[in-house]
Design a protein around this ligand. Structure first.
Ligand code: ATP
Length: 213
C-alpha cells in the first residue's frame, strides 16, 4: 500500500475496487474522461459522494470535462497494489469453497487462491482449479509466510479454532463466510459475509421498502 492510503477514509477505500473495475472497462473501450454523473449511474453511488471520494485521490474533476480516466486508473493501480499479487488461502473445500477455487479471482484483481485445506481425506491431495488441497493438520507446515489472507468456508463450529491457528501462523485478514462471529486480536482484519443473512435482508427490503408499494 502506498503512504497516501492512510488519509483515505475506510468507507471511501471500500468503494475503490468498484471504481477501479468500472474505469478499467472505460479505459478498455477507449474513453479518456468520465463525469461524476456517468460514474454515479454506473456504480450506483451518488455523484456528491464520488466527488468527495475522488478529492481524496487528488483527482479534481473539471466542470464540463470530468475526470481523466488514465490519471484515476494509475492512482487506483498504485493504491490497490494491483501490480502486486496478494496470495490467499482457502479453508474448507465444500460446495462454496470449491466454487471459489474454480472461480479464483485473477480476472478482476490481483488476488489469487494459492493453497487450500480441508479435513476430508477424499479431498486432500487433489487439485481444484489448479490449487492444491492439504489436510488441515498440515496448516502450520504448509501455509507459506507470504499468504496474508484466508477465506473461511468451513462449518461454523470449526471456524474459531481454525481462526486461532491462522492468527498464530501470522495471517493478517480473514474473509469469513461462516455465520460464526470470530474473536481475533485488534490487528487482524475480519470481513464477514453471511450469504443467508444478506439474502434475508434483501428479501425483507423488497417486501417492506419496495418503490412500487
Ligand atoms: P458449503 O456449501 O458451506 O461449502 P458443504 O455442505 O459442502 O458446505 P460443510 O459441511 O459446510 O459442507 O463443510 C465445508 C467443507 O469444510 C467440507 O469440505 C468439509 O470437509 C470441510 N471441513 C469441515 N470441518 C472442517 C475443519 N475443521 N477444518 C477444515 N475443513 C473442514
Amino acid at each position: 500500500m502506498n503512504q497516501d492510503q492512510s488519509k483515505i477514509p475506510q468507507a471511501t477505500a471500500k468503494r475503490l475496487p468498484l471504481y477501479y473495475r468500472f474505469l478499467q472497462n472505460l479505459h478498455a473501450s477507449g474513453k479518456q474522461r468520465v463525469s461524476s454523473q456517468e460514474l454515479s449511474e454506473a456504480v450506483k453511488v451518488d455523484s456528491a459522494t464520488i466527488r468527495r471520494d475522488f478529492s481524496y485521490f487528488g483527482a479534481l474533476g473539471k466542470k464540463g470535462y470530468g475526470y481523466n480516466v488514465n490519471y484515476l486508473l494509475s492512482f487506483f493501480r498504485k493504491t490497490l497494489d494491483q501490480d502486486e499479487l496478494t496470495k490467499v488461502a482457502l479453508i474448507g473445500v465444500g460446495n462454496l469453497g470449491t466454487a471459489f477455487l474454480n472461480y479464483n479471482f485473477t480476472k478482476n484483481n490481483n488476488t489469487q487462491i494459492v493453497i487450500a485445506f480441508d479435513i476430508n481425506k477424499r479431498k486432500v491431495g487433489m487439485k481444484i482449479g489448479g490449487v492444491p488441497i492439504y489436510h488441515l493438520d498440515q496448516l502450520e507446515s504448509e501455509l507459506p509466510d507470504d499468504v496474508p489472507v484466508a477465506i473461511l468456508t468451513v462449518p461454523a463450529t470449526a471456524a474459531q479454532g481454525i481462526t486461532d491457528r491462522l492468527v498464530e501462523k501470522g495471517i493478517k485478514g480473514i474473509l469469513n463466510f461462516t455465520p460464526a462471529r470470530l474473536n481475533v486480536p485488534d490487528k487482524i482484519r475480519i470481513h464477514h459475509i453471511d450469504l443467508s443473512v444478506e439474502l434475508q435482508a434483501l428479501a425483507y427490503f423488497l417486501k417492506h421498502y419496495s418503490n412500487e408499494d
